[in-house]
Design a protein. Structure first.
Length: 88
């Protein structure tokens, strides 16, 4: 009968009940750092959309008339996204 053992919070790997160096997940210090240039570009693009929306709205209205809801609508993002990129 094949036994499975837990190798992390969710992943399971077929193997022996006792641990072995070949089947164990790498430790935190051995793992390669995660970077995502695509995600970084998406964040920068969203930030630019928001800034462009603010610039556009300020051309049409006074500063005290520009709301985060209007900025979000103009940028095509949620109001929460505006606050995530530009917290109070």
């Amino acid at each position: 009968m094949t036994r499975f053992r837990q190798v992390g919070p969710v992943r399971w790997r077929r193997g022996h009940r006792s641990g072995g160096s070949m089947s164990e997940a790498p430790s935190q210090s051995e793992r390669r750092p995660y970077t995502s240039t695509l995600r970084e570009r998406q964040v920068a693009q969203t930030r630019e959309l928001i800034l462009d929306a603010v610039t556009s709205l300020l051309g049409d209205r006074r500063a005290d008339e520009v709301t985060t809801r209007a900025i979000a609508a103009e940028a095509g993002v949620s109001e929460r996204t505006v606050y995530r990129h530009f917290p109070d």
